[in-house]
Write a protein that binds this ligand. Structure first.
Ligand SMILES: Nc1ncnc2c1ncn2[C@@H]1O[C@H](COP(=O)(O)OP(=O)(O)OP(=O)(O)O)[C@@H](O)[C@H]1O
Ligand SMILES: [Mg+2]
Length: 453
């Protein structure tokens, strides 16, 4: 899809002729009638190029150009100056205009200037794209931030250590799985098995037989002897995911096995040596869980040998460009697309977002965006509504409001909306209740609670 061009001039004839010319060349064109209109359209559109008249009433072109430059250092702008307006043309170039046209200008000259500006822009993007392609990270783990480099240092040290007990802590989606696998793949046990269990996935008795195995007849369903994960992972590694969710009874059994370096199958009498290296992961604050009595302190210390914190994405926004590039390459390959990159302002927004779901959320956002992208550059309007800070369409999530980063006082919101509904309906309770989608009873309850009359 061709890139949109915004034509801003207060002279209708110029808008019209320039518009016709560019449309004729296949560009979608949007017109703005003055500086204010131009800035407004910029907020909702993502033009690839602007033709900007310098002399306009109210907000003049130079002010518009300055405002554009504050928001977007790269957007190409071709200024249109009055005949002989060389001085203002120089000033505009100093402010980063890509070219200027003097009135009256030739339409072919205008369209050549447009093509050149767009081409330059393309090349510039190509360069940033290439520059950001240098791989940074550790194996498959992408990262460039100080925090991640520190983490990679730790991982490098672990490469030569046999059977380290590692405790991975980090928010959901921050990359704990990835780190666990990397430790195995790069370590001395790389040729031996990597087994994993999600401690939330099974009820307690099943976790037990899953981990330790069981003898035939140990319980009703135990038709045959089964080896558990500890045996299967012998010589290799056992990844205990979501260890914070392990029931207390199982915590004791696990601790005993780790302390004694041996265990028994459920219903068995023979001691089996424990020869699996343990990597445990949790997205909970395990120390807090210990304090709250939900996690055994002795097990915590037993696991807390090599503690690794995987920092949340919002604390390492420097990683975002590299991660974006990584996922772009990945999804380009899987969807057979050639998306080239992300515009500066879209990248800025990606770095401002708080990413409660961390890298997993970033990955999902990019996947979704790339699938739906009608062109080959991700710009602000292409990002999901919640990231643009616009209310999500009701019906998609069912909630027309977006929770701000700093949170809200729900009670205050409730009170405010109730008050507004009553004011708008001049106190008509049935109408106000309808506006709020609640019963009159619920409305009266709120009026009482908030002291509204
Ligand atoms: N640094 C990174 N580089 C590349 N991909 C990453 C990185 N961190 C996470 N990912 C990707 O993000 C997704 C989520 O990561 P992962 O499953 O490791 O998170 P987690 O911390 O184990 O989450 P949970 O607590 O929910 O289990 C995966 O697809 C993973 O490949
Ligand atoms: Mg995980």
């Amino acid at each position: 899809m061709a890139e949109t061009i915004l034509v801003c001039d207060d002279e209708e004839l110029i808008r019209w002729s320039l518009g016709e010319q560019l449309r004729g060349e296949g560009y979608p064109v949007v017109e703005a009638v003055d500086g204010r209109d131009c800035l407004e359209k910029l907020r909702t559109l993502a033009p690839a190029l602007i033709f900007l008249d310098l002399k306009m009433p109210e907000v003049d072109g130079m002010t518009v150009l300055r405002t554009i430059r504050e928001q977007d250092a790269d957007l190409p702008v071709i200024v249109i100056t009055a005949h002989g307006g060389v001085e203002s043309a120089i000033e505009a170039t100093r402010l980063g205009a890509s070219a200027y046209l003097q009135k009256p200008f030739d339409l072919r000259e205008a369209s050549m200037a447009a093509q050149k500006a767009l081409e330059d822009q393309r090349l510039k993007r190509e360069v940033t794209y290439l520059r950001s392609r240098q791989p940074t990270g550790y194996g498959e783990i992408v990262g460039d931030s100080v925090a991640m480099r520190k983490l990679f240092d730790t991982l490098r040290r672990l490469e030569t250590i046999d059977a380290p007990t590692v405790l991975l802590q980090g928010e959901s989606g921050s990359g704990k799985d990835l780190v666990a696998r990397a430790i195995h793949r790069r370590g001395p046990r790389r040729a031996r098995p990597f087994m994993e269990i999600d401690c939330t996935a099974l009820p307690e008795p099943l976790i037990e037989s899953e981990l330790f195995g069981h003898e035939r007849g140990a319980f009703t369903d135990a038709k045959a002897t089964k080896r558990g994960l500890f045996e299967a992972a012998a010589g290799g590694m056992l990844f205990l995911d979501e260890i914070g969710e392990l029931p207390l009874g199982m915590q004791s059994r696990l601790l005993r096995a780790l302390e004694n370096r041996k265990f028994r199958r459920v219903g068995g009498v023979a001691d089996i040596p424990l020869d699996a290296a343990i990597i445990a992961a949790t997205n909970r604050d395990l120390r807090g869980e210990v304090k709250a009595g939900r996690f055994r302190e002795d097990l915590f210390f037993r696991l807390h040998v090599v503690p690794i914190e995987v920092p949340p994405l919002r604390e390492r926004v420097e990683d975002i460009p590299a991660l974006v590039q990584f996922f772009l390459d990945k999804f380009n390959r899987s969807f057979n697309r050639e998306v080239r990159g992300v515009s500066a302002r879209a990248m800025e927004r990606l770095q401002q977002w708080r990413w409660p779901g961390n890298v997993r959320e970033l990955r999902n956002v990019l996947e979704r965006t790339i699938i739906l992208l009608p062109h080959d550059l991700i710009d602000l309007p292409d990002l999901p509504a919640e990231l643009r800070g616009e209310p999500a369409r009701s019906g998609t999530v069912g909630c027309p409001f977006v929770l701000p980063d700093e949170g809200v006082d729900l009670e205050q919101v409730d009170r405010g909306l109730t008050e507004q509904a009553l004011t708008r309906t001049s106190g008509n309770q049935s109408a106000a209740a309808r506006l709020l989608g609640i019963s009159r009873y619920a409305l009266r309850y709120r009026m009482e609670k908030f002291g509204l009359k």
